[in-house]
Design a protein around this ligand. Structure first.
Ligand SMILES: Nc1ncnc2c1ncn2[C@@H]1O[C@H](COP(=O)(O)OP(=O)(O)OP(=O)(O)O)[C@@H](O)[C@H]1O
Ligand SMILES: [Mg+2]
Length: 253
């Protein structure tokens, strides 16, 4: 349903340099699939996610969502960023309902929708709090709820749990899987953590160092709920680490 065909992207810097960010990216994602992107820093993962979001245009190639080419941002794609991107002057509830206000959804309906998603992310009691009153993990839960209110087909997540502590991160991963199972979204999730990829993904796409290409795609064939400490999980971690390790060495000049 999400089909990435022949994507190339070059950036032009202010000093006139060209940076080849992505070359010949082809990838098809199934409906409701959970795919992780992993790869060395600067290999173009965020660029690809932004192209899928419609925030960036490729030099060549097209991305199709249900056979429709993506040209601009739309409610069928929800995005969650690494940095906390909430509006500090709006309450949790009003952060979640922001895009619904833009769409002129009536107030009562907005409140109903926000109540449902607040409950889904376990923050019903914090509807009227402001972002500065929340922990990092809670802020990311709000960001997830905000990305879900338009009922997108695809959830695009760029290192969403990169800034929280290890325990909170494990908990957020579990919660995200619960939401994914309940809401049946296609999820595209960027991470630098091999552990996170093995715990979450149906498939892991490994990128090579710049200019970013897809090096390989590894299917994580483990039953859910997954045991992080199992021998099989470790086998996948080793496999990903060795694939990545070769790429990271290539980026050290
Ligand atoms: N707006 C821009 N202008 C110029 N170059 C850019 C721009 N955005 C990204 N780049 C360059 O494109 C390359 C890919 O960047 P991108 O942010 O997609 O990498 P990434 O894989 O997400 O890295 P990281 O893991 O560090 O987040 C990098 O070399 C980066 O410097
Ligand atoms: Mg990035």
């Amino acid at each position: 349903m999400l089909s990435i065909k022949g994507i190339n992207k070059t950036y032009h810097t202010e000093d006139g340099d060209e940076i080849l960010a992505l070359t010949d990216i082809d990838l098809t994602m199934e409906d409701k699939e959970f795919v992780c992107f992993i790869g060395p820093s600067g290999c173009g993962k965020t660029t690809l996610l932004r192209i899928i979001a419609g925030l960036e245009t490729p030099d060549s190639g097209t991305i199709f969502l249900n056979n429709e080419p993506i040209k601009k941002p739309g409610p069928d794609r929800g995005m969650v960023f690494q940095e906390y991107s909430l509006f500090p002057w709006r309450t949790v509830q009003k952060n979640i309902t922001f895009s619904l206000e833009l769409k002129k959804v009536p107030k009562a309906q907005r409140e109903d929708i926000s109540r449902r998603y607040l409950q889904l992310v376990g923050l019903s009691k914090f509807a009227n709090s402001y972002p500065h009153e929340l922990s990092g993990g809670m802020k990311q839960r709000v960001a997830i709820a905000r990305a879900l209110v338009n009922d997108p087909k695809v959830l695009l997540m760029d290192e969403p749990f990169g800034a929280v502590d290890a325990q909170t991160r494990n908990r957020l991963q579990q919660e995200l899987l619960k939401i994914w199972e309940q809401e049946r979204k296609t999820v595209l999730f960027i991470t630098h953590s091999v552990d996170e990829a093995v715990y979450l993904a149906d498939r892991v796409v490994v990128f090579s160092s710049r200019p970013g290409r897809i090096k390989e795609t590894i299917k994580i064939d483990l039953p859910r709920p997954r045991d992080r400490t199992s021998v099989d999980a470790n086998m996948y971690r080793e496999r990903l680490l060795s694939s990545l390790g070769a790429e990271i060495e290539n980026t050290i000049d």
